[in-house]
Every structure is written in C-alpha cells, then in structure tokens.
Ligand binder design. Structure first.
Ligand code: AMP
Length: 207
C-alpha cells in the first residue's frame, strides 16, 4: 500500500507514520529524515540541504526527487510506503505518481492530519529528538524517559516554524485539490492524544 501523510509541520505526520509502519508492513519514507541524515554525513549535498532547511524553506524539487528516486529503488520499498512530508509541491506530487506508475503502483490514500495554526508553534517548539535513535518526543505531551538525552531540531524555533507554515500554506496545501479530484483525500482531526489520532487514521484507512 502507498499512503501519503499530509499536513502542516507539527501535525504529527512522523509520529503517526511510525505507528503505521508495523500495521501496514511498509517503510516510512520521510524526506526530512533523509535530508537530515545526508546533512549529518557532512556531504556537499547535505550542506546544500542545510541552507534551505535551516531557513525553513523548501528544498528545490530536483534535489528532493533525486533523493526519492534513490530511496524508492531500495529493496524494502518495493511493496509500498508511507510518505511523510512528501510530496510538498505540485511537481513533486506529479513526479511521485510517475515514479509509482513505473513500478505498477499508485497512491491508495492521502490522509490529511489537520491541526490549527495556534497549536503548531507550541507543538514544534516543544518537540525534542533523541539523536541516537531519531525518536521524537514533546516536553509536555510525550516527554522523553529519564536518562534519554534529547535535542531540539535546528529548524524547530518559533521564527523558522512560522516560515515553514507559510511555505505549507503557499506551496503544499494547494496540492490537495489534485488528490481530491482523484477521490483520495481523507481528513483527520489531528488534535488529541497520539492514540486518538492513530485511531482516527486507522478508521479513515479502514484498518
Ligand atoms: P520535515 O522533517 O518534514 O519537517 O522537513 C524539514 C525540512 O526539510 C523542511 O522544512 C524543508 O526544508 C525540507 N524538506 C523536507 N521534505 C521536503 C520536501 N518534500 N520538499 C522540499 N523540502 C523538504
């Protein structure tokens, strides 16, 4: 099954994707995670990603698509995937359809996790990550266990979050009608406990 998790930054796409991985037995593909890994490696490509990510700007489509092509060619991604934070622009959406079609696949559903803008800043600025495992926590809603050392993502500051949200409104949200026309969109209320939101997504997917 190929599934897109859609929604503003801080909607909980990554956390919910992790929860769906076991149930659907397909990998989570997060372009943000792939870019952070590349950045950590110190490569030239990683440095390029960093320029955009640190400013809260979208990375150019050509670079994102190159990354996605590579990821989809890996053996664990041959039966389906949960796309998290991708596509984020119309050209990315169209390119994803083309890539999947070459593999004889197509998107089964686009789940939009809806969270009001007021909640987003609080969610993102409270977000912490365990750099060793990549596991995400929130200082209030999902605190890390004692002894686990966490850090804040560089782009999780209030100023950058506002730029990221604007980018979502301007470039990403307008992709939705493309999927609506295909009848693929399911909207889910993203406010509530992690379990509640997971339940709503599972219901939307008929799981
Ligand atoms: P995320 O982890 O999904 O919040 O992404 C973090 C940052 O990585 C974004 O603010 C962008 O700078 C970049 N990024 C991740 N995915 C994409 C994408 N599909 N297209 C463009 N930029 C992306």
């Amino acid at each position: 099954m190929d599934l897109v998790l859609f929604g503003p930054p801080g909607a909980g796409k990554g956390t919910q994707a992790e929860r769906l991985v076991e149930k659907l037995d397909v990998p989570q593909i997060s372009t943000g995670d792939l870019m952070r890994a590349e950045r950590k490696s110190g490569s030239d490509l990683g440095k390029k990603f960093d320029e955009y990510m640190s400013a809260g700007k979208l990375v150019p489509d050509e670079l994102v698509l190159e990354l996605m092509k590579k990821r989809l060619s890996q053996s664990d991604a041959q039966k389906g995937a949960i796309f998290d934070g991708f596509p984020r622009t119309q050209p990315q959406a169209e390119a994803l359809d083309a890539l999947l079609s070459e593999m004889g696949r197509k998107i089964a559903k686009v789940v939009v996790i809806e969270v009001p803008v007021e909640d987003i800043v609080e969610r993102i600025t409270g977000r912490r990550v365990d750099p060793k495992t990549g596991q995400t926590y929130h200082v209030r809603y999902n605190p890390p266990p004692s002894g686990v050392e966490v850090e804040q993502r560089k782009d999780d500051t209030e100023e950058v979050v506002r730029t990221r949200f604007e980018g979502y409104k301007k470039k990403t949200e307008p992709v939705l009608p493309y999927y609506e026309k295909k009848g693929l969109v399911a909207r889910v209320d993203g406010v509530g406990s992690l379990d509640e939101v997971t339940k709503r997504i599972e219901t939307a997917l008929g799981l």
